[in-house]
Ligand binder design. Structure first.
Ligand SMILES: [Zn+2]
Length: 282
């Protein structure tokens, strides 16, 4: 079975995030599952993440934005994402860019790709990251401006305490240092005061692919990262479910994403080699 012949053939999903790695962390399992079932999955990333961390093995001689661009494409391939649109807005200063231009760029992607479903950050920006909140606001506006032609809009959220559990679980694994952290972010900020999810997607079958995609972001994942140490079983248990809030903006008709949650769409893991050989041209 090729991807285009899957149960979601002909359907389209666009994910819009701020930095390389957001896609894998926020909803990598759902993206992988939709792609594996034949949907066309596209990703728009607003920045190259040049203000991110540089892991010890990452040379100072190369531009971090270029490194992260390559990592993003690798992660996208791992998840089965068909299209990557990488904008070049400044990492860490999205609220300082021309907001009309940024919204227009999102609108162009919506008009060109014509997704049935759009996924982006919730109002809490996963952990109150200012860039994430700007993306949430501009995507919401861009979808609303499409009026009757607007796709369904879903916001990704974390449940409170989940990332603390991820860190504490990884910490128990043999060899893991005792100072694991999620970059310099307060783990309790993930999901704090976030809206209650209205949709839970069980993508545990794709948790291994989500973890592999996270690990593609090598400049951001070092020995202090819990994602270096999580086992496949732990990833399946802790990262397998992904949480969404359906926006009141955009189409309100039922979507294929909700069908996943209802178990109406067959979920079948495929080996990466099998998928790679079946991938259609972009
Ligand atoms: Zn981010």
């Amino acid at each position: 079975m090729t991807r285009r012949q899957g149960s979601l053939a002909g359907l389209r999903l666009l994910a819009v995030f701020a930095h390389p790695d957001d896609e894998s962390l926020a909803c990598g399992g759902t993206l992988a599952m939709c792609a594996a079932e034949g949907a066309r999955v596209s990703l728009l990333c607003a920045t190259r993440g040049e203000a991110g961390r540089r892991s010890p093995g990452c040379s100072e001689d190369v531009c971090l934005g270029a490194v992260r661009r390559a990592e993003l494409h690798e992660a996208a391939a791992s998840l089965g994402i068909d299209d990557v649109i990488l904008l070049d807005h400044p990492d860490g200063s999205l609220n300082g860019v021309d907001q009309t231009l940024f919204r227009h760029e999102i609108t162009l992607a919506l008009r060109h790709l014509r997704p049935d479903v759009v996924v982006t950050f919730g109002a809490d920006g996963l952990y109150w990251h200012p860039d994430h909140i700007v993306v949430h606001e501009r995507v919401t506006e861009a979808v609303e401006l499409l009026g009757a032609k607007a796709p369904a809009l879903f916001y990704t959220v974390f449940t409170e305490g989940l990332m603390r559990t991820v860190v504490e679980t990884a910490q128990t694994n043999p060899g893991a240092p005792d100072n694991l952290s999620l970059w310099t972010i307060d783990v309790d900020a993930f999901g704090a005061y976030a809206a209650e999810p209205t949709l839970v997607v069980d993508a545990h079958v794709y948790a291994d692919r989500k973890l592999a995609a996270l690990r593609c972001h090598r400049s951001q994942i070092d020995a202090q990262s819990p994602f270096t140490w999580l086992t496949a079983e732990q990833a399946e248990r802790l990262l397998g479910c992904e949480y969404f809030v359906r926006s009141t903006i955009g189409s309100q008709t039922p979507t294929f994403v909700e069908a996943f949650a209802a178990g109406a769409v067959r979920v079948e893991a495929k080996r990466p080699a099998e998928r790679a050989s079946a991938a259609p041209p972009l």
